[in-house]
Design a protein around this ligand. Structure first.
Ligand code: CA2
Length: 155
């Protein structure tokens, strides 16, 4: 079974309580519920975690790599600052999709740079909670395709 670790970075525990004009009104447990329903529909297994600490995210990315799991990550502000998270993604070998609730390219200049994007399979941003569902679907498809390619040919 395909396993995906859905990881959330700093301040995403505040969702739904402040800045609803930027991030919407849904809180993180509500987004988790949507992601779990999508995972069930895909037949995938997920973990869903949030931390305000960079090292926790690094540990969880390494864990995904060891388990052969994929990663969907909203690294929050660490997206724009963290070489440690970038190195963890590159070093773990875990196929990763970077996601954001907001369209970071329509916001302040400092949000246009991502350290994670160059080591990710792709980036999805600007779709609110739907970014999580699109990210899960994208990584699931990538992992199914890679598993099929890895199978020895029968003819
Ligand atoms: O749009 C996204 O998903 C972001 O990753 C959210 C981060 C931000 O630093 C990124 O540039 C884009 C911020 C998450 C903080 O969320 C809050 C929610 C409510 C109140 C305050 C912060």
């Amino acid at each position: 079974m395909i396993t995906v670790h859905v990881l959330n970075g700093p301040n995403l525990n505040l969702l739904g309580r402040r800045e609803p004009n930027v991030y919407g009104s849904m809180n993180l447990p509500e987004i988790e519920q949507l992601v779990r329903e999508k995972a069930d529909a895909l037949g995938a297994s997920i973990t869903f975690r949030q931390s305000n600490h960079e090292g926790h995210l690094v540990d969880w990315i390494q864990e995904a790599g060891v388990q052969g799991a994929g990663v969907v990550i909203n690294a929050g502000a660490y997206t724009h600052t963290s070489i440690a998270i970038r190195d963890a993604i590159a070093g773990s070998g875990a196929p990763t999709v970077e996601i954001h609730l907001s369209n970071v390219h329509a916001r302040e200049g400092f949000r246009h740079r991502s350290f994670i994007a160059p080591v990710s399979v792709g980036v999805i941003c600007g779709f609110g909670p739907m970014s999580y569902l699109l990210g899960l679907e994208a990584i699931h498809r990538v992992m199914v395709e890679r598993a099929q390619q890895a199978k020895p040919s029968t003819h």
